[in-house]
Design a protein around this ligand. Structure first.
Ligand code: AMP
Ligand code: MG
Length: 315
């Protein structure tokens, strides 16, 4: 299949209407979209990505009027979070509407819903007129794409269309919050922080990894976000003894900095999160063998950043 690259949301929407897949920019990472009501199109997502079929997809909506067509109920706590954080990098797990095909949610009776704030994502969703299910637009196991070129690298020839935009702003995936229990539970840390959520709903908590009563977020069990290079968490950038073909990303300079073939120093945690996945891909292109990622405090966006770094390091 030849993959069309375009800047036109209207043209991209035509591919969706024809049951094809379109990769598009959002404020978190690039997504790979299909019409949520088209089962055959959704199958193509799993095939194109090599995604395990028990990993549910997130529904993307243009506005709140689309919520009723894909959910069966909006609990009061979800209403509060929607009011505060939609549109934005927050996914809410809600009871699913029966018209949404089971394949979209891997057979679960809940559905993750998000309203992206990115103007191009908004234009595409409006042009489509239906919600889109969209996981990250990478091959399963690879770092999520934050540029359209990264999408092309992974999915060229496997999908119909790439809707082009700039490098994504947040650079990490959305926060996933389960709203079907007695209190909101963060299943995956992301662009909206735990502290921000707790400022609106104080009883919001992190789901414990080993809590069998916690609703499952099947995707979090899979290996994720990995470059080919081996990733290490560096608690003390000044004390790394790198081998050949090593790279460093963090906030404080490692020493001696000349010992690294590639270094990226970020001014703060937001810039670090924004740059991480792209840095992983650039390291792979440069044949880097080991990547040292400076550990940061697990508060604010640091929680999501350290989650992605640890997964890449297979910790
Ligand atoms: P991705 O779109 O590749 O960033 O992955 C979506 C993430 O959201 C995965 O970790 C899924 O397990 C999670 N997710 C999506 N839908 C649900 C759901 N209905 N219940 C729990 N987790 C979900
Ligand atoms: Mg993904």
């Amino acid at each position: 299949m030849k993959t069309k690259t375009t800047q036109s949301p209207t043209l991209a929407a035509r591919y969706i209407a024809n049951g094809e897949l379109v990769a598009f920019p959002t404020e978190t990472v690039y997504g790979l979209g299909a019409n949520i009501f088209n089962e055959d199109a959704i199958k193509k997502i799993f095939e194109a990505k090599g995604r395990p079929s028990d990993n549910p997809l997130i529904a993307h909506i243009a506005d709140l009027s689309q919520l009723n067509s894909i959910t069966s109920e909006i609990p009061p706590v979800a209403k509060k979070l929607i009011e505060e954080f939609f549109p934005g990098p927050l996914t809410l797990v809600l009871p699913k509407h029966k018209t949404v095909p089971a394949i979209a949610t891997a057979g679960l009776n809940t559905i993750g819903v998000r309203m992206p704030s990115h103007p191009i994502a908004q234009q595409l969703l409006r042009a489509c007129g239906v919600p889109l299910v969209a996981p990250s637009a990478n091959l399963s196991g690879r770092p999520s794409p934050t540029t359209w070129q990264a999408v092309r690298e992974d999915l060229s020839g496997r999908i119909a269309c790439i809707l082009q935009g700039n490098q994504t702003k947040v650079g990490l995936e959305s926060t996933v919050v389960d709203c079907t229990g007695d209190k909101p539970r963060v299943l995956r840390a992301g662009g909206v922080t735990l502290e921000q959520l707790q400022a609106v709903v104080p009883e919001t908590e992190l789901a414990a990894h080993d809590d069998s009563s916690a609703p499952k977020s099947p995707g979090t069990k899979y290996r994720h976000y990995s470059p080919h290079a081996q990733v290490f968490v560096a608690n003390f950038p000044q004390h790394i003894v790198p081998g050949n073909e090593a790279a460093f990303i963090g906030i404080d300079p490692p020493s001696p900095v000349e010992a690294f073939q590639k270094t990226l120093l970020c001014k703060d945690i937001a810039e670090y999160a924004h740059s991480l996945f792209q840095f992983f891909r650039e390291c792979d292109d440069a044949g880097i063998k080991t990547i040292y990622c400076q550990a940061v405090s697990e508060s604010g966006l640091g929680l999501a950043l350290m989650d992605r770094i640890r997964r890449a390091a297979h910790e």
